[in-house]
Design a protein around this ligand. Sequence first.
Ligand SMILES: Cc1cc2nc3c(=O)[nH]c(=O)nc-3n(C[C@H](O)[C@H](O)[C@H](O)COP(=O)(O)OP(=O)(O)OC[C@H]3O[C@@H](n4cnc5c(N)ncnc54)[C@H](O)[C@@H]3O)c2cc1C
Length: 471
Amino acid sequence: MELTAEVVVAGAGPAGLMLANELALAGVDVRVLERMHERTGLSKALNLQPRTAEILDLRGLLTRAEQRSFATVPEGHFAAIPVSYEGWNTRHPYQLGIPQAQIEQLLEERLAEQGVKVSRGDELTTFTQDADGVTITTPTTRIRAAYLVGCDGGRSTVRKTLNLPFEGIEGQGHGVAADVLFKSPPPGAPTEWRSMGNMVTSQSPGKFIGVIPLHQKNLYRLTFGDRLTRPQNLRAEVTRQEVEAAVQERFGKEAEIAEIRWASRFSDDSRLAASYKVGRVLLAGDAAHTHFPAGGQGLNLGVQDAMNLGWKLAATLKNHAHPGLLDTYEQERRKVAEEVLQNIAAQNALIPTTPNQLALRSLFRALTQLPEVQHHLSGLVSGLNIKYPTHETHPAAGTRLPDFNLKQARASTLFHKGKFVLLTTTPTPPPHPEVVVAEAPELPWPDLTRVLVRPDGYVASTSGSTEGWLT
Ligand SMILES: Cc1cc2nc3c(=O)[nH]c(=O)nc-3n(C[C@H](O)[C@H](O)[C@H](O)COP(=O)(O)OP(=O)(O)OC[C@H]3O[C@@H](n4cnc5c(N)ncnc54)[C@H](O)[C@@H]3O)c2cc1C
């Protein structure tokens, strides 16, 4: 069977589903291939960071996430040291506790509402590309598309088929994530997720163990491991003895396990694809970057990749993108991933393996009490600190638009259709069909009278000009 599509997205994880939603919103004919017949229901990630909450809000999706969330945590953590989100100009200075499976489900539901059904049990096996498009092969189908986006996770077939180097920091350690049902709450464990204080506590050198209470009584996410050792086979099944040993070390012998719902291993390697775009094939999410899950950033990074790429790819396909717009996806998002990999490396180094490192961690912890340090670290893990490169000199250029009140609505609601928004203090006609104009008595930057904001909520131009963005 031979099919056609404008874009094929390989992988229906959080990145692929977010991207497909963005493309469908812009009227792009998108096809999503997913290897698995059914969603597993297992959740690696458990959180939405503030910036991800903001971007879901830009699309009217945050309420759905809130309805499915089981916790609101007013802080993040950096190397298991809680960092407050206070002081950031955001309506969402918290992590929303929501299992990854729920995030995927709500994105897939929204996609279905937009008329796109994920093609399940449909694995991309290979592809070829030429100047005009990409031919994608699955066991049952061939699809001809203008673009292919690999959102197919850390072991990405798309990335491997492109022969792209995937290099970074080779770790020595490993971790285990397990959802454990206890017979009664483990001694000293919190019963609700309200803080990151219990997330990871280092015990013997190089070891860590974190505990998060989940949505069901006595159900906890345990994350434990060792920076210094790694089993030969990271895919080997996690044994009950391993989990019991970690539980006993953390809570003592009284903590009794009723059931281990799910357990899996992960490495502390960090890797970044050498490029995010080769011809007509792009990468997003874990296919482009993988790392140790310190600070709860991976899913968030992938969803934000998708938000950055969606409108650029749509504008390119609809012929209103400025030449080179699509290339800014890699320029902007690869840099953000590089910075995340850096902060993960620093967090790993702060899990002490020697007395000297223990002293360094203790000093670092004391420094985090300084408000400027809290702000800096929470900016890193929350995604709120992102500023994309721009030629403009005004400090607003390239930063996120904070959600502020207009006469009738919040600014975020103007972005539900995924268009550019021109915010202006004086009546102005739309400079381009892709731009929505909204009047505001005052902008968040009082010295500005016009500001053009990109569909992903970042300031494109502080003069309101569409030059360099739209044609
Ligand atoms: C233990 C652990 C805890 C974590 N905790 C957090 C956290 O708290 N916060 C956070 O932000 N992140 C966390 N992460 C990271 C987060 O889970 C990932 O970053 C996220 O799943 C990446 O999403 P993705 O869509 O890029 O890839 P994936 O979720 O891996 O999705 C890829 C999809 O592609 C499909 N696929 C693969 N190959 C093909 C193919 N050839 N054809 C078609 N389909 C294919 C797969 O079946 C899968 O559904 C954690 C990770 C781990 C391991």
